[in-house]
Design a protein around this ligand. Structure first.
Ligand SMILES: Cc1cc2nc3c(=O)[nH]c(=O)nc-3n(C[C@H](O)[C@H](O)[C@H](O)COP(=O)(O)O)c2cc1C
Ligand code: SF4
Ligand code: SF4
Length: 302
């Protein structure tokens, strides 16, 4: 049975060029769908794979002779392109320095982001892994401070009526049905957050998306893994950093946005979309003089 995503419910199919195949077996080993096997020196397609080819592309990408083509689930022969040479890839030190110097930036210069930079950020973000190919992540782009603000204020307006669900009375009523962590977070984070957002809007400010000149909402479909949109958003964050831009992830929108049908419709976010994260991007107003040493909640070896 094919694995469905919002983009396709079909399997991909494999075309083998037997003349150039030297039966090395690499494609057989990398296909975790058990879609291929060697019959002596002949590569064959398994008629009983686990799911049916879901178009991960591993077999065609690993083949040293270009003897496999994967077609379907958005892939075709042209999508298999030359690998950058090993020597031209970044080193750990470069990547670490980029990561270490990144800060969440919420103060931006009054300067737009050029389309060429947006294109470069997206070009990098789309290389990220996804739960099941083809990627089920959508990206809604808000280009320009005015559009970012328009969305922010409409979201805050839609949030206002939701505040009643977090009133002290409702929280006491719901206490027996809520996990301890959700109860504490609702009381100590959600309620003050809604208040801050309402106040900031009333004062003509934007404490939701901080009036960034660019915002990208990475969201998934109803099919995808909840982690799916977070990963391209992280890639986009690092790509933007490498271009000298400042970024901040905004996670406080998606948990509410999923219930806001009218807003989803206006911004063309699919009804079934559940999870997502915003990334705001702009030219940073301040330079950070220090990096910050961080620790994980728990680090354990077994
Ligand atoms: C999943 C996620 C959600 C976040 N949501 C918000 C948010 O809603 N608003 C905000 O101002 N910052 C948000 N942040 C930024 C964090 O607050 C920030 O990463 C943290 O304070 C650490 O600071 P640093 O990124 O400069 O190291 C979010 C970050 C992540 C990873
Ligand atoms: S594309 Fe992926 S699932 Fe399909 S045959 Fe190749 S390795 Fe297997
Ligand atoms: S990786 Fe290429 S050469 Fe090796 S068995 Fe598969 S198709 Fe043949």
């Amino acid at each position: 049975m094919p694995i469905p995503t919002s983009r396709t419910a079909e399997n991909a199919h494999i075309i083998i060029d037997q003349d150039s195949c030297n039966a090395c077996g690499a494609c057989v080993e990398v296909c975790k769908d058990f879609g291929l096997y060697l019959d002596g020196e002949i590569l064959k397609i398994n008629p009983e794979p686990v799911f049916g080819c879901f178009g991960c592309g591993q077999c065609a990408a690993v083949c040293p002779n270009g003897s496999i083509i994967v077609e379907g689930r958005t892939l075709s022969a042209e999508d298999f392109i030359k690998q950058p040479s090993r020597g031209s890839r970044t080193t750990y030190d470069y990547l670490y320095r980029l990561m270490l110097s990144r800060r969440s930036v919420r103060d931006f210069k009054e300067k737009d982001i050029e389309q060429s930079m947006i294109d470069e950020i997206l070009r990098a973000a789309v290389t990220s892994p996804m739960g099941i190919p083809p990627s089920d992540t959508g990206v809604q782009i808000f280009k320009g401070k005015n559009k970012v603000r328009e969305f922010s204020y409409e979201f805050i307006d839609a949030l206002k009526p939701m505040k009643r669900y977090f009133s002290p009375f409702m929280l006491i009523l719901m206490r027996p049905f809520l996990k301890k962590e959700d109860y504490i977070l609702s009381k100590q984070f959600v309620v003050p957050l809604i208040d801050v957002l309402l106040k900031s809007k009333a004062e003509g400010k934007n404490h939701l998306l901080y009036d960034a000149p660019l915002a990208m909402y990475f969201y998934n479909s109803g099919f995808a893994d909840p982690a799916d949109p977070i990963i391209p958003a992280t890639y986009a964050m690092l790509a933007a950093e490498s271009l000298g831009l400042g970024t901040c992830m905004i996670g406080s929108i998606a948990p509410f946005l999923k219930h806001m049908k009218a807003l989803k419709k206006k911004y063309r976010i699919p009804k079934a979309s559940r999870d997502g994260v915003f990334l705001i991007i702009g030219h940073p107003k301040y330079k950070y003089a220090k990096a910050i040493k961080r620790t994980f909640a728990k680090l354990d070896y077994y």
